[in-house]
Design a protein around this ligand. Structure first.
Ligand SMILES: Nc1nc2c(ncn2[C@@H]2O[C@H](COP(=O)(O)OP(=O)(O)OP(=O)(O)O)[C@@H](O)[C@H]2O)c(=O)[nH]1
Ligand SMILES: [Mg+2]
Length: 140
């Protein structure tokens, strides 16, 4: 299995100030359709039940155009008026000169109104993290 492994909800206590809540991914191509549907319902149920979400950090891969599931997720966030930022992860995987345009392309597809913050990020290289923290701190 070479895709991510979050199959449960993990809570990370950050200095007793807030929690990072890590939800499973729903869209990986190696996941069966059935598993995608099950995971999608699981995520939706959590978001419905949890009334005190400060911010959704919506992580997508900078190398790929958003999928239909990403669009559904995005529409759900907008319809329910939940604060969110979109983080285009794995920025280390593309040339640094292409990062800004890749983020813009993703924003154009997912958020043509441009009323949500989209930022590049790399969990691997820990680059671009200052702006991400700035946005998180604005919302906690
Ligand atoms: N190069 C690079 N690899 C990354 C980055 N972020 C995650 N990965 C790799 O991608 C793989 C999956 O990472 P996870 O963090 O488990 O992915 P996930 O999106 O949480 O997956 P699910 O939990 O299934 O939703 C791992 O091998 C990570 O090392 C990044 O910014 N750059
Ligand atoms: Mg995960």
């Amino acid at each position: 299995m070479n895709h991510g492994k979050t199959r449960q909800i993990n809570f990370y206590n950050i200095d007793d100030k807030f929690y990072f809540v890590d939800l499973p991914g729903y869209g990986y191509s190696k996941m069966s359709k059935e598993e995608q549907v099950r995971t999608g319902r699981f995520i939706e149920e959590y978001l419905n039940i949890c009334k005190n979400i400060s911010l959704i950090v919506f992580l997508i891969d900078i190398r790929h155009n958003p999928t239909e599931n990403d669009k559904l997720m995005y529409d759900y966030i907008v319809k329910n008026n939940i604060p969110a930022i979109v983080i285009c992860n794995k920025a280390d995987k593309i040339a640094i000169t292409k990062v800004d345009n890749a983020v813009k392309d993703i924003q154009r597809i997912l958020n043509p109104l441009k009323d949500l913050v989209f930022l590049p990020f790399s969990a691997e290289r820990k680059i671009y993290s200052d702006k991400v923290w700035e946005e998180i701190e604005k919302n906690i």
